[in-house]
Design a protein around this ligand. Structure first.
Ligand code: SF4
Length: 304
């Protein structure tokens, strides 16, 4: 994705998250709002309380739940009856708040499609009217992305594209699938990052929960998970390169992202060594040609 795409994704994520929060609080209008985003909705009062439990059509749920990570959202963990999925309260959220999380995915899709259609209608002259503010916002985003990931550029240059894309997507609020998340944590551990650094990679995930992420990352560190190989990442739709995109990834022996990392580190080490040798040689050459000044000449005389 281009930087502009990432900016759009971030803006959409912010708006969709705000909608999620506001919808979850609006008990009075929630049914009406929900019907604008879902094909239908049903509610049943919880006996002895003022709460209600919502049910959403299976067809909507099947479309939206793959976009949300977590045990709750797997269909096997949801009660389903006659084509309706029951949205029980969970992790401190009411049934309405859980349903609002589903609506967030529809809001996200709708905003993205709306923006794409408006952008498509803009001609260059119209777009140029927004060039200055857009450049300014892109600059701010670029600064914030660098601040979020305080990695040295040299180290980051060595990252395999699959790891880089998982980190970048999460930092832009794009959902990364289960394979991508487990790979990211296991690979980060293998690369020597502390659990805190690994946890920070997830901080902008759409469904981020500090407690859940800390628990899952610590589990991967304790069990010393081996990162997925290239074949598994390709099967899990987490290898972002096509043939010709990256020469290292095109090699026949490239079967694991750790091989990529080591090859990059070896190459960088060799280049740095070569540069040092050349610098030493040129210094030696300079000093051979340099005339010895009087002070230096005296020091040499004294020590002899
Ligand atoms: S080929 Fe392997 S190392 Fe390269 S991006 Fe794909 S999964 Fe990662």
């Amino acid at each position: 994705a281009s930087f502009e795409d990432r900016l759009l994704t971030r803006w959409v994520e912010g708006e969709a998250s705000r909608a999620d929060q506001l919808f979850g609080m609006d008990g009075k209008n929630f049914d009406i709002i929900a019907r604008t985003y879902l094909s239908d909705i049903r509610s049943e009062p919880v006996p002895g309380t003022t709460e209600v439990t919502y049910h959403v059509p299976l067809v909507d749920y099947l479309e939206l739940c793959p976009k949300i990570t977590g045990r709750y959202w797997r269909l096997v963990n949801r009660p389903v009856k006659a084509g309706w999925v029951r949205m029980d309260p969970d992790v401190g959220e009411s049934s309405r708040q859980r349903t609002a999380r589903l609506l967030k995915e529809r809001v996200r899709t709708s905003l993205t499609a709306d923006c794409a259609s408006r952008i498509a209608k803009m001609d260059d002259a119209f777009a140029s009217l927004f060039a200055d503010p857009v450049d300014r916002i892109l600059g701010l985003l670029s600064e914030s992305v660098q601040a979020e990931m305080p990695m040295s550029a040299a180290v980051r240059e060595d990252w395999p594209p699959c790891f880089e894309s998982a980190v970048a997507e999460l930092s832009q609020g794009i959902n990364v699938n289960h394979t991508g998340r487990v790979f990211l944590a296991a690979m980060s551990r293998a690369m020597g990052h502390t659990p805190e650094v690994t946890i920070s990679f997830f901080a902008n995930a759409p469904d981020y929960s500090a407690d859940t992420t800390t628990y899952q990352v610590n589990h991967i560190y304790e069990r010393k998970y081996t990162p997925h190989g290239c074949a598994a990442l390709k099967t899990g739709a987490r290898c972002p390169v096509s043939f010709g995109d990256d020469r290292l990834c095109d090699q026949e022996w490239m079967t694991h992202p750790l091989k990529y990392l080591r090859a990059k580190q070896r190459r960088r080490y060799q280049e740095e060594n070569q540069a040092e040798i050349q610098a030493d040689e040129s210094t030696a050459g300079t000093s051979q040609n340099r005339p010895i000044d009087v002070a230096e000449s005296n020091e040499l005389d004294d020590s002899s």
